[in-house]
Design a protein around this ligand. Structure first.
Ligand SMILES: Cc1cc2nc3c(=O)[nH]c(=O)nc-3n(C[C@H](O)[C@H](O)[C@H](O)COP(=O)(O)OP(=O)(O)OC[C@H]3O[C@@H](n4cnc5c(N)ncnc54)[C@H](O)[C@@H]3O)c2cc1C
Length: 342
C-alpha cells in the first residue's frame, strides 16, 4: 500500500486528500502534516483567547463563483451547500464589486469548516504541529524530517504550502529541484497584509448598518467585517467579532515591524473610522506574509512535478490563482499527476 504524505492542511491539501480517497484506484495510506495547531491555513478560523465559542475568520472571507467556475466545480459547490457548510451571502457588504453572474457564499461555522469537511471525508491521518524542515531521497522513498520528532518514510510527497516555504526546505530536495523549476518557483509573488480579530462579550451591540465594508483610500485599513453578521450568526448567541484587514501597501511597509506596534496603528485607524466601537474583550493580530498570489507560476498550471519515481509534487494557489477555485484546480491537477504512479 502506497504511503502518501500531503504537507499542508489548507484548502489545496485537504481537497487533494479528499480527491485521492475518492479517485485513487488502489487503497492508499493518506497522511497530512501541518505545522499549525489546526486546519485551514489561510482559511483558518481563529478562536477568541478569552471565549473559544467566539470565532473570527482572519484570512479568507467570501467564496465567489464566476459563472464558468460554478459549472466547472459544480460538484464542490453542491456538496458544500448540501452540508450547509456554505450559504449564499445575504448580508450587506458595502463597496463589494460584484461582477455580473458571480455568486458569493459565506460559511456560518467559519471558513475552516470547508477544509475540515474535506479532511474528514478523506479519512486521512492528520497531524498538526508537524513542521517539515527537510526532505531526503533514501532507497527510492522520501525521508521527511520535521522540527521536533522523528522523521518518517513515504512513497509519495505532495507539498501545498506557498512557494517561498517550499524553497526553504532543506536536504536532497534542494539538489533535486531543476534550475529552471527553481527559477519558476522564485518568480511567484504574494501580497502581504495584517489582520486583526476583535472579540466581544455576547450581546455587545455593534452599531453599523453593514455586515462588511471595503474601505477605499485609507492608508492602513482596506476591509472591516462584523464577522458574525457576515456569517448570519446572532450576536446574542455568541459574542460578536470583527475582522479588520490592512491594505497590501501597509502590510508590505510594516512587514518586519513589531506586531504590537502594528496592532496599535491598526486600532488607532479603526477608532478614526468607527469612533463608537465598544471595547473588545480580546484582540488577536496576525501577519499574513503570504496573503494572495500576485504572480503565479508560469507554464505549469496547477502543479509542478519536482521528481518522479518516487513522486514529489507541489501545488497550491501559487500554481493557479488565489481563492477557492484556484485551489480546487490545483488539487485536481495534483491528483491527475499522481494518478499514473498510484
Ligand atoms: C487575508 C486573506 C484574505 C483572503 N480572502 C479571500 C477571499 O475572500 N476569497 C478567496 O477566494 N480567497 C481569499 N484568500 C486567498 C485564499 O485564502 C487562499 O488562496 C487559499 O486559502 C490558499 O490555500 P492553500 O491550501 O493553497 O494554501 P495555505 O492555506 O497557505 O495552506 C498551506 C498550509 O501549509 C502549512 N505549511 C507551510 N509550511 C509548512 C511546513 N514546512 N510544514 C508543514 N506545514 C506547512 C501551513 O501551515 C498551511 O496550513 C485570502 C487570503 C488571505 C490571507
Amino acid at each position: 500500500m502506497s504511503r502518501v504524505l500531503i504537507v499542508g492542511a489548507g484548502l489545496t491539501g485537504s481537497v487533494c486528500a479528499y480527491l485521492l480517497r475518492l479517485e485513487a484506484a488502489r487503497s492508499l495510506q493518506l497522511v497530512v502534516w501541518d505545522k499549525a495547531k489546526g486546519a485551514g491555513g489561510r482559511m483558518a478560523t481563529t478562536r477568541s483567547p478569552s471565549n473559544p465559542s467566539v470565532t473570527v475568520d482572519l484570512g479568507f472571507q467570501f467564496i465567489t463563483a464566476s459563472p464558468d467556475y460554478a459549472v466547472k466545480h459544480q460538484r464542490f459547490y453542491d456538496e458544500l451547500l448540501k452540508h450547509h457548510i456554505c450559504l449564499p451571502l445575504n448580508a450587506l457588504v458595502e463597496g463589494m464589486i460584484v461582477k455580473e453572474g458571480n455568486h458569493s457564499y459565506v460559511t456560518p461555522c467559519g471558513v475552516s469548516a470547508v477544509v475540515k469537511h474535506y479532511l474528514k471525508q478523506s479519512g486521512a491521518e492528520i497531524f498538526y504541529e508537524h513542521h517539515v524542515t527537510e526532505i531526503n531521497l533514501r532507497d527510492a522513498k522520501w525521508e521527511v524530517c520535521r522540527k521536533s520528532g522523528s522523521s518518517e518514510w513515504f512513497d509519495v510527497v505532495v507539498l501545498t504550502m506557498p512557494t517561498p516555504q517550499i524553497l526553504e526546505l532543506q536536504g536532497d530536495i534542494g539538489k533535486l529541484i531543476k534550475k529552471s523549476q527553481k527559477q519558476q518557483l522564485e518568480a511567484v509573488t504574494y501580497s502581504s497584509r495584517y489582520a486583526l480579530g476583535l472579540f466581544y462579550e455576547s450581546g455587545t451591540q455593534i452599531d453599523v448598518s453593514w455586515a462588511a465594508k471595503y474601505i477605499p483610500n485609507n492608508s492602513c485599513i482596506c476591509y472591516i467585517s462584523i464577522d458574525n453578521k457576515k456569517r448570519n450568526i446572532e450576536s446574542s448567541v455568541v459574542g460578536p467579532s470583527i475582522v479588520v484587514h490592512t491594505g497590501v501597501q501597509f502590510g508590505t511597509q510594516y512587514l518586519e515591524s513589531d506586531k504590537k506596534e502594528v496592532q496599535k496603528m491598526i486600532l488607532h485607524q479603526l477608532e478614526m473610522l468607527l469612533p463608537n466601537l465598544p471595547h473588545p474583550a480580546s484582540i488577536k493580530c496576525h501577519k499574513w506574509r503570504y496573503s494572495q498570489v500576485t504572480q503565479a507560476v508560469t507554464d505549469c498550471p496547477g502543479q509542478m512535478t519536482l521528481h518522479s519515481k518516487p513522486l514529489l509534487v507541489c501545488g497550491g494557489d501559487g500554481f493557479t490563482h488565489s481563492g477557492f477555485d484556484g485551489c480546487i484546480d490545483s488539487a485536481i491537477t495534483i491528483v491527475k499527476a499522481l494518478d499514473t504512479d498510484l
